[in-house]
Design a protein around this ligand. Structure first.
Ligand code: GLU
Length: 415
């Protein structure tokens, strides 16, 4: 399936959800349409003295439950359709966990590893400058996503604050702690995902001592999940990233792997594991499979080979709708993306609250509040799926979409 279809795929999932909900056609139409879409040409002064132009987007899908919220992706394959899909998923994610935001996503078509730090800063500042009328703590709050990090968020906060003439910490989340970032935000997506995995093991009555995990992607989400799971006693038996894949049935130490990747810029050559074909990764028998890379990774071509008890979607939309029934037939328990990876935006919410109030919490408080929200969302979804005989994805979608539809009906259509 080509990447362009990720929007079609997200719409299809919404259509599937509508079979469970009793919503009027006009409301369904409304929920499908992004509220606002911006396309920007971003000129950047390059180190060679010339100018290059990059394409940037910001999509605000829905703001019925609160300001739009969502990350900014820097990746060479970013498309408008992908941004629309990911913005919609943000709306459902925030709704499902009950935080008062709508959904948004932005991105620039760029391979950030090919730019110098100065070029990346120029690009970020110009892209944000163009977005200033649209974003802000009460309108739309960016955050990190694939290819962006706390340093990029610091430039965003500074650019926005310079334009306003005063410091606005609530304008962006995922900032460095020194600038009003939240304790625990960096690993929040992974920690939240682990809480859902532990909850799944409990309802499935799987003994959680010495379980095996396979992780696709060793970026922020994959590497932190690997470390948290490892610390809990899980055995990480295979890991892949864009540079390759490795395997060791005796277990991989993710801290040592992180050091190796930082030093060598590649996963290959890690002496404590064997190299393997990345396409073989999903075939490995394991208790928990954790895709934490990009969309459309588990498709109708490879779904049948998956040999995991739990598939926890660390990434957004890693499974195509065509692969869903194959996984279901195999009896694989799914923790869907809008549930599994919603810990990131949940701690972004905490960061926004803390920044707006200029009152900061301890890491312990952040992690405890995160656990409460993730466990509540997991059990609500699981109980709904059992009561209504729905799979976990449909249950999560139905709960999330219904809350947005309800807010929309209560507010009514202006004027
Ligand atoms: N990019 C992350 C996501 O896809 C985080 C978004 C946020 O914190 O606003 O959930």
């Amino acid at each position: 399936m080509s990447k362009e279809n990720v929007w079609e795929m997200t719409l299809k999932r919404l259509d599937d959800t509508m079979t469970v909900l009793n919503l009027k056609p006009g409301i369904i139409k409304y929920l499908k349409e992004p509220r606002k879409i911006v396309e920007i040409s971003v000129p950047v002064k390059m180190d060679n003295g010339d100018i290059d132009i990059f394409k940037g987007y910001r999509v605000q899908h829905n703001t019925n439950r609160g300001p739009a919220k969502g990350g900014i992706r820097y990746h060479q394959d970013v498309t408008l359709d992908e941004m629309k899909a990911l913005a919609m998923l943000m709306t459902w994610k925030c709704s499902l966990v009950g935080i008062p935001f709508g959904g948004a996503k932005g991105g620039v078509v760029v391979n950030p590893t090919m730019l110098s730090e100065r070029e990346l800063e120029n690009l970020t500042r110009r892209y944000i400058y163009e977005l200033i009328p649209l974003i802000g703590p009460e309108k739309d709050i960016p955050a990190p996503d694939v290819g962006t990090n706390a340093k990029v968020m610091a430039w965003i906060m500074d650019t926005y604050s310079m334009a306003k003439g005063y410091v606005v910490p609530g304008a962006v989340t995922g900032k460095p702690i020194e600038l009003g970032g939240s304790q625990g935000r960096e690993e929040a997506t992974s920690r939240g995902a682990v809480y859902t995995i532990l909850a799944a093991l409990k309802v499935l009555k799987i003994d959680s001592s010495s379980l095996t995990t396979v992780i696709q992607g060793f970026g922020n989400v994959g590497s932190n999940a690997a470390k948290i799971l490892y610390d809990l006693g899980f055995k990480i038996i295979a890991v892949s990233d864009v540079t390759g894949a490795i395997r060791n049935d005796k277990g991989i130490d993710p801290y040592k792997l992180d050091e190796h990747i930082k030093k060598n810029k590649t996963i290959t050559g890690f002496s404590r594991a064997e190299e393997m074909e990345p396409s073989e990764l999903f075939k490995i028998k394991c208790d928990v499979l954790f895709p934490a890379a990009l969309e459309n990774q588990i498709t109708e071509e490879n779904a049948a080979y998956i040999n995991a008890k739990i598939l926890a979607e660390g990434a957004n939309a890693p499974v195509t709708p065509q692969a869903d029934p194959i996984l279901k037939d195999k009896g694989i328990f799914l923790v869907p993306d809008i549930l599994c990876n919603s810990g990131g935006v949940t701690v972004s919410y905490f960061e926004w609250v803390q920044g707006n109030l200029a009152y900061f919490w301890s890491k312990r408080k952040v992690n405890l509040q995160l656990r409460d929200i993730m466990e509540k969302a997991f059990h609500e979804t699981y109980n709904f799926s059992v009561d209504k005989k729905l799979d976990m994805r449909k249950a999560a979608m139905a709960l999330a979409v219904n809350k947005v539809a309800c807010a929309m009906k209560l507010r009514g259509v202006y004027p």
